[in-house]
Design a binder for this molecule. Structure first.
Ligand SMILES: *Cc1c(COP(=O)(O)O)cnc(C)c1O
Length: 377
């Protein structure tokens, strides 16, 4: 680790452009070797300062709302796709303005909006989200294919419907998974929906592909994409979010206070609830540079935030030396699903957003204050 984290204000998210480029190069290689298109799912990572860089590698963005679509259109300027479980009537004209692919979650949504799309005065490629009813996601809140899911059309509700005007099918059934999972999902998708794929122009494999992880099997992914492309003569899209920003960023925090209640406790100027909500939601244990598991190194602390939420605890970590006021702790892999999900609960200030690049070093992109808290209330 060559970054000097004492040079930034805390709390702050630091994205290291060099690491982002490393991921983008892998994704670009997949695009080229497999002949597919990869989109950034902005839901996971919307730090638009980096969008011009991302645009040099990827084909565009996929969005989950009008605001995300607009951000992708204005800041990236390439393909803009959208999927939402339902669209708001008063937003739909704007959605058509910003997007060139619209994925509908049901035939009734498609039927509601298809005349508008036809009259749009621009080419918009429309697709339907299918639900293969097969996934290998164990965390229930991240499984879009669980029974009674609201996401996508199952075969039972797909058969016999009019597909006139529909050019693509979209599925999203993965979360942080390798290409062997994709291979098994595709087998189900082909068995159930293969007959329809012959009439489509494109298929979108959704997100959840952990493509930039060290043990990811790229060859299998490329093989899967080529197989679908060749069998059905269609374009393949992938829309990972997490994989674009995986391991490219940090959350830097300062120890405010240490105390003792049976165990040693350290209070930080960052919060799991406010700044890294997935730590509590998923839940998971983020890595801290230079730390170990509880008891592994000489000094173990429970790390908590300054909020009033009793459960706003990041976890138990051990260190080589006692923690003291002013020490910096650096949480790893904090670029994705952090700044897009953070909040000002308890009036806790939002972390600054910092970009590190070879050319410019640390650059503070944004810092926040009272107005950001007040303006949302
Ligand atoms: C969340 C989501 C993605 C991105 O998922 P990652 O796990 O971040 O890769 C892509 N497409 C859809 C429809 C999603 O809901």
């Amino acid at each position: 680790m060559d970054l000097d984290f004492t040079k930034v204000p805390t709390p702050c998210y630091v994205v290291d452009e060099r690491l982002l480029i490393k991921n983008l190069e892998i994704l670009k290689k997949v695009e080229e070797e497999a002949g597919c298109r990869i989109l950034l799912a902005t839901k996971a990572f919307s730090m638009y300062e980096t969008f011009p860089l991302i645009a040099q590698y990827l084909s565009g963005v996929t969005s989950s709302s009008l605001h995300e679509a607009r951000l992708g259109y204005e800041e990236m300027g390439k393909e803009v796709h959208i999927y939402a479980a339902a669209y708001k009537e008063e937003e739909f004209d704007k959605i058509m303005h910003y997007c060139n692919h619209i994925v509908f979650n049901s035939f009734s949504q498609w039927n509601k909006y298809k005349e508008k799309v036809k009259a749009a005065g621009k080419t918009i490629s429309c697709g339907l989200r299918i639900n293969p009813e097969y996934a290998e996601v164990e965390t229930e809140i991240y499984n879009p294919c669980a029974p009674k899911s609201r996401m996508g059309i199952t075969l039972e509700y797909f058969e016999g419907e009019d597909l006139e005007g529909i050019e693509g099918l979209h599925f999203h059934a993965m979360c942080e998974q390798n290409s062997d999972t994709l291979e098994r999902i595709l087998k189900v998708v082909e068995e159930k929906f293969g007959a329809y794929l012959h009439q489509m122009k494109w298929i979108n494999f959704g997100g959840g592909h952990h493509i930039t992880r060290a043990d990811y099997d790229l060859e299998k992914l490329i093989k899967c994409i080529k197989h679908i492309k060749e069998t059905y003569d269609i374009e393949v899209y992938l829309e990972p979010g997490e994989a674009v920003a995986l391991n490219t960023g940090y959350l830097v925090s300062t120890v405010l206070e240490t105390l003792h209640n049976d165990i040693d406790i350290a209070i930080l100027d960052t919060s799991a609830a406010c700044h890294m909500p997935d730590v509590l939601e998923m839940p998971y244990r983020p890595q801290i540079i230079g730390s170990g598991l509880a008891g592994e190194k000489a000094y173990t602390y429970r790390l908590g935030s300054a909020t009033c939420l009793a459960g706003d605890v990041i976890g138990d970590y051990s260190f080589d030396a006692p923690l003291k006021e002013g020490d910096r702790l650096v949480f790893c892999d904090m670029a994705h699903y952090t700044m897009v999900k953070n909040n000002t609960f308890n009036g806790i200030n939002l972390p600054s957003i910092v970009l590190y690049s070879e050319k410019e070093g640390f650059k503070i992109i944004k810092s926040f204050g009272y107005e950001d808290f007040k303006s949302r209330l």
